[in-house]
Design a protein around this ligand. Structure first.
Ligand code: BGC
Length: 268
């Protein structure tokens, strides 16, 4: 990977104490970005990551906030202002699953997943756009006023039985991202999303740790391996950098081909 693609940038990554968010924060810092590592409850993990970032010569701050609330998002941006003087890149990444068969899905678990995976992203993105406008464009620094990357999922396109709340939130992210991109691109705000497939994180540990479950999962992935968080982080660096300056309103699927309907290889 080319070095320091994010030199002199300031990034805020939500849900960065584990999984994909953690990998994004780590790689962003290695590429020269000053990073706000947001966490909800795992302070120890967030601080461990910050120590690692600093040991490697990078800049980072761990900041607790519940991104599903307007106050939580506002406090994160205030922290970014305080530590780094602003934000150039938002990675709206925090996500959860609360799976249940459709008729067993409680209103609480519906609201919880929509609240974190969709409303929380909306709130943080709104905050980001306001900050970008206040900061103003600095063409010597970047052709963009700011960049927003949403972590979506292959389930913005693939329906998912037993996870109607999750798939609905991710489908919502797609239209949120595209509507924002349509509305804000003329201001030089670049809004895009990454749709990860099956990536080895805690959220789906049961699907890749056990050998039999893993074989079932691999049947859904033409490329023949489960993804690593770094696969997503590397794509996020490119989307956040000016190398992708003409990429606007796009979802980049990073899924080993999961969205290619692999069951149709022999069927149909
Ligand atoms: C989910 C994972 C799942 C993957 C592929 C992700 O969005 O969070 O649990 O393994 O999609 O189905």
């Amino acid at each position: 990977m080319q070095h320091l693609q994010l030199k002199n940038t300031r990034a805020l990554v939500t849900g960065a104490s584990s999984g994909i968010g953690e990998a994004i924060a780590r790689v962003f810092a290695a590429q020269g970005s000053s990073v706000i590592v947001n966490y909800l409850s795992d302070q120890e993990a967030a601080e461990r990551l910050i120590r690692e970032i600093r040991d490697n010569g990078g800049r980072g701050e761990a900041v607790q906030a519940d991104i599903s609330t307007a106050e939580g998002c506002a406090s994160l941006f205030a922290a970014a202002e305080h530590h780094f003087g602003g934000v150039d890149i938002l990675v709206a990444n925090a996500g959860i699953q609360r799976d249940a068969a459709f008729t067993e899905l409680s209103l609480e678990d519906w609201n919880k997943v929509i609240g974190v995976n969709l409303t929380g992203h909306f709130l943080c993105a709104q905050e980001a756009v306001r900050r970008f406008r206040r900061q103003g464009l600095d063409p010597a620094k970047s052709p963009a006023l700011g960049k927003i990357i949403f972590t979506s999922s292959v389930h913005q396109a693939i329906p998912w039985a037993g996870r109607a709340n999750y798939a609905t939130a991710k489908g919502g992210i797609k239209m949120l991202m595209e509507s924002m991109a349509q509305e804000l691109s003329s201001e030089k705000i670049r809004v895009n999303a990454i749709a990860p497939g099956a990536i080895k994180t805690a959220i789906n540990r049961d699907d890749w740790e056990d050998r039999e479950a893993k074989n079932e999962l691999l049947a859904l992935i033409p490329y023949g391996r489960v993804g690593e968080p770094s696969d997503i982080a590397k794509a996020a660096v490119w989307l956040a950098s000016d190398e992708s300056d003409y990429v606007v309103g796009t979802t980049l699927f990073v899924d080993g081909g999961m969205t290619l309907y692999p069951s149709f290889r022999e069927g149909g």
